[in-house]
Design a protein around this ligand. Structure first.
Ligand code: BGC
Length: 246
């Protein structure tokens, strides 16, 4: 099935038409910057522009960067506090006239990895951790998504861990990869203690740079980079929508 996948992130909103059987992008990606402030109405306008760019009339799947339950935002996350309580799927439907399935962005990226990437065929408990503006998580048990986990919000010194170890913090504090890797080591040790997963997959922009920090991560669980890289959010959003409509 062909579905328009849209990855809504803290810095950019990008889309492409996806073949949900193969996980291939059938078009070039189209990206627009996330409006700032990222108010609901403003973000919805950009989503509309993406739909128009593809002249799309079918199903749409979107990955959304806040805690979510059944398409409703539980907080504004890294976007804007006004998102709290907004039924994102209904907002996008009312603006575009199309059916939307909205899932958490890290759940979307994890779906793509489990279907078509580094997690394909992996049983047991797999934790996909995305390192970007925030830290997101997608948990799978024997190939089935356990939705809406928020492992970036486990606390460290009274703050969400993502405020200490996200890729955006590395950039903001100009940390070397070694220093950042040491922070990530604390993070992964903590998550390992809580979950005892069988496998960690690192997603988000940082998956491309894993060679630069992997030596600092000293845990017993196997840890590997995602394969779909930047496209995972788009592919997984489409797959998430396909799971809804099939
Ligand atoms: C949000 C998550 C999201 C992650 C990555 C966190 O701040 O709480 O829902 O998956 O950022 O965007």
């Amino acid at each position: 099935m062909q579905i328009l996948g849209i990855d809504i992130g803290g810095s950019g909103i990008k889309g492409a038409i996806v073949d949900t059987t193969t996980g291939d992008l059938l078009t070039e990606k189209f990206r627009l910057p996330t409006p700032r402030p990222a108010l609901p109405g403003e973000v919805a306008k950009v989503v509309h522009q993406i739909v128009d760019h593809f002249n799309w009339k079918g199903e749409v799947g979107a990955g959304f960067p806040t805690p979510l339950s059944h398409g409703k935002c539980l907080s504004g996350g890294n976007l804007h506090p006004d998102w709290k309580g907004v039924q994102a799927d209904e907002l996008f439907r009312s603006v575009t006239g199309l059916e939307f399935t909205v899932i958490n962005d890290a759940d979307a990226a994890a779906e793509a990895e489990m279907h078509f990437g580094a997690g394909k065929g992996k049983d047991g408990l797999v934790a996909v951790i995305t390192l970007g503006t925030g830290i997101g998580s997608g948990l799978f048990f024997n190939g089935a998504l356990i939705p809406n986990s928020e492992l970036g919000h486990v606390t460290y010194k009274g703050e969400p861990f993502e405020k200490y170890a996200a890729d955006s913090i590395r950039k903001k504090e100009d940390l070397s990869y070694t220093k950042w890797g040491k922070r990530l080591n604390k993070y992964f040790k903590h998550i390992e203690l809580i979950l005892s997963p069988d496998l960690f997959i690192i997603g988000g922009g940082a998956s491309k740079k894993m060679d630069k920090f992997k030596d600092e991560i000293k845990i017993r669980t196997r840890i590997i980079p995602a394969e779909n890289k930047n496209e995972a959010g788009i592919i997984g959003a489409a797959v998430g929508a396909f799971d809804e409509v099939k």
